[in-house]
Design a protein around this ligand. Structure first.
Ligand SMILES: *Cc1c(COP(=O)(O)O)cnc(C)c1O
Length: 370
């Protein structure tokens, strides 16, 4: 019998309903203004997001993958250079390294926090290491400062992949302000999401910011004068205007995600599953709420029958994807990551999920794992 109730993984229309008047006004302003790229809305969003993160600069680009790729290019990372990445991450982190022709060096995560192990990073450093990309996975700030410290005295660019961590903190500093630069995605489902694709790089390094500003616009600083071979990767005015409106609600929305996570934690504290761990020195913005369960597919099916959508972040680790078959990293190469991938499950969470929905999901999970 199909369930009456339906809990979506994330309610994608609720943010628009909540801010409809302001969003319509902002988007309408751009549409009637007649200036659609590299204008005042983007400049204002860049100022406002830099100020939110605490960095001097923010440069808008077309998406998160471009933000990662262009940041690596701005740091002159390319063929022959080694870049350390987590063995467990969304594949974009790896693709950015491939895009600049550098060598991917995966490092295993900590099994409790799922973020890259800074001790592992230390052991993986070689003479050729030119960058490390810690990922603030699932919304939890990774130990980027520990990685910066581990790389002291070396010419290593620490690039945060902050695509899942808008607003997360580490020892009171915001994600995006913990390394040399940070790449952001404003993909619609992120904590700060556009109505389409968008991304940005934040940094305190003026030279890096200046290079990305040129690279995103054909390598041009002056119209029709091309200093380098750039790309077309711009954050458009409509998305920038919408992001400015949504940015004002980000902290409130993250607080509601945190309350939902706390409620899950209470409901599930004695259940036969592994709950997410947040270390004392960091915060999570709960981009997802990951638990680990045995017999995951069965649990997922039981929840689905009760109308509850879940997702797996992620079903296949990058090293086992066909896209990276040429790296010759067979199953067993990264056992911690593989173990996480085998039983991780993301429960519905978001700024608009109700306490009743959390209770309904939690009771269904309790029954499924009992
Ligand atoms: C979403 C995401 C990206 C890529 O962002 P896009 O805007 O989709 O290109 C990169 N890294 C991580 C960890 C992500 O979650």
């Amino acid at each position: 019998m199909p369930s009456e109730r339906r809990i979506p993984f994330l309610d994608m229309t609720a943010p628009y309903r909540e801010l409809r008047q302001d969003l319509d006004e902002a988007v309408g302003r751009v549409l009637s203004g007649g200036w659609y790229l590299l204008g005042e809305e983007l400049a204002a969003f860049e100022r406002e997001f830099a100020s939110y993160v605490g960095t001097e600069h923010c440069v808008g680009v077309a998406n998160g993958l471009d933000a990662l790729t262009l940041a690596l290019r701005a740091a002159n990372i390319g063929p022959g250079d080694e870049v350390i990445v987590p063995s467990n991450t969304y594949i974009a982190t790896w693709l950015a390294v491939s895009n600049v022709g550098a060598t991917i060096v995966p490092v295993e995560p900590r099994v409790d926090t799922y973020t890259i192990d800074s001790e592992g990073v230390k052991s993986a450093l070689t003479e050729k290491t030119r960058a490390v990309i810690p990922v603030h996975l699932y919304g939890l700030a990774a130990d980027a400062p520990g990685i910066v410290a581990a790389c002291a005295g070396r010419d290593v660019f620490v690039l945060e992949d902050a695509a899942q961590a808008h607003g997360a903190t580490h020892r009171g500093l915001r994600a995006g302000n913990l390394g040399h630069a940070a790449a952001w995605s404003f993909y619609p489902a992120k904590n700060l999401g556009a109505f389409g694709d968008a991304g940005a790089v934040t940094t305190n390094d003026s030279a890096v910011a200046d290079k990305i500003r040129a690279l995103r616009n054909y390598g041009s600083r002056t119209k029709y004068v091309n200093d380098t071979r750039g790309v077309n990767s711009r954050l458009d005015e409509v998305q920038a205007a919408a992001l400015r409106v949504k940015l004002r609600s980000l902290d409130a929305w993250n607080a509601r995600r945190a309350a939902a996570a706390a409620l899950y934690g209470e409901w599930l504290r004695n259940a036969d599953l592994v709950l997410p761990v947040v270390p004392d020195n960091a915060t999570s913005v709960w981009h997802v709420y990951p638990v680990r369960v045995t017999r995951r597919d069965q649990v997922r099916a039981t929840l689905a029958a009760k109308g509850i959508d879940t997702l797996i972040h992620y079903p296949i680790p990058p090293h086992l994807q066909d896209a990276y078959a040429d790296l010759n990293m067979p199953a067993g190469t990264f056992p911690i990551s593989e173990r996480i991938h085998a039983n991780i499950l993301s429960l519905p969470i978001g700024p608009h999920i109700s306490d009743e929905d959390i209770a309904y999901v939690a009771e269904a999970v309790l029954a499924a794992v009992a």
